[in-house]
Design a protein. Structure first.
Length: 254
């Protein structure tokens, strides 16, 4: 860090002609790396602060303790990660959300207990797979959904009974076909339909006979073998009979 330039975050001139009183006028202004209304560290404007720090990263660390939450959040994005880590307990959740994008290891695990859901969602998107179990039973479905998107297949069945259908749908999308059997007993027909659309042929044939929801049976048609599709021509639902006829025609052509 250039301490000659960045020993503290610059004061915030308030006059219309702020540049004339800004102590950066002989530095970044003279070098053309800041400009009034465009890239300015002392403006209370997030876009201008971000453009300034993107061009002058040496000032970011000195602004980590700034009273303005947005300046701290932007500084946390551009400062060295080890310096940004000191804002792990910042009072503002937006700052902590940025910090969560910069951390790793035990520090990132610490934020898995953060009260803000967006912080925990970010943590769930970045934790190494071996630590995702920490958030497996998080109170917020959005956090668990992120876990379901990243958890290795071998541990994903642990989320098959999640209380939120959005999470179970993600499980149904990701489980290997041979492991989808338990999802066919789900109370939500949309979950069962997702599972049915990825089944092995024998399982799909059973769904065509057993599932009471026509949308689930329709999803299974695409995976069923020719004999099961022929049997579906006698389904009680007209739409299933039509879909079965169309599927049978395609199978016979191939």
């Amino acid at each position: 860090m250039n301490t000659a330039h960045a020993d503290s975050c610059p004061d915030h001139p308030s006059s219309a002609n702020a540049c004339s009183r800004c102590r950066l006028r002989g530095d970044t202004l003279a070098r053309g790396t800041c400009a009034p209304g465009d890239a300015c560290l002392v403006a209370d404007n997030g876009r201008q602060i971000d453009r300034f720090l993107a061009r002058n990263r040496e000032f970011a660390e000195s602004c980590l303790d700034d009273p303005f939450w947005e300046r701290r959040a932007i500084a946390a994005r551009w400062a060295p990660a080890e310096s940004a880590a000191r804002l792990i307990g910042d009072a503002d959740e937006t700052v902590r959300r940025v910090v969560a994008t910069r951390l790793s290891g035990d520090a990132l695990l610490h934020l898995a207990r953060d009260p803000d859901r967006e912080v925990r969602v970010t943590v769930a998107s970045r934790l190494p797979a071996e630590h995702l179990d920490t958030l497996l039973h998080d109170a917020d479905y959005a956090v668990r959904l992120q876990v379901a998107r990243r958890l290795p297949h071998g541990r994903l069945t642990r989320m098959a009974a999640d209380p939120d259908p959005a999470v179970r749908k993600e499980v149904a999308r990701r489980l290997p076909a041979f492991a989808l059997g338990r999802m066919l007993r789900d109370a939500d027909p949309e979950v069962r339909a997702l599972a049915a659309s990825r089944l092995l042929p024998d399982e799909a044939a059973r769904v065509l006979v057993d599932d009471p929801d026509w949308a689930v049976r329709a999803a299974a048609l695409g995976q069923a073998g020719i004999d099961a599709v022929r049997a579906a021509l006698d389904d009680s639902e007209p739409d299933i009979r039509q879909l079965a006829a169309e599927r049978l025609a395609r199978l016979q052509e191939s």
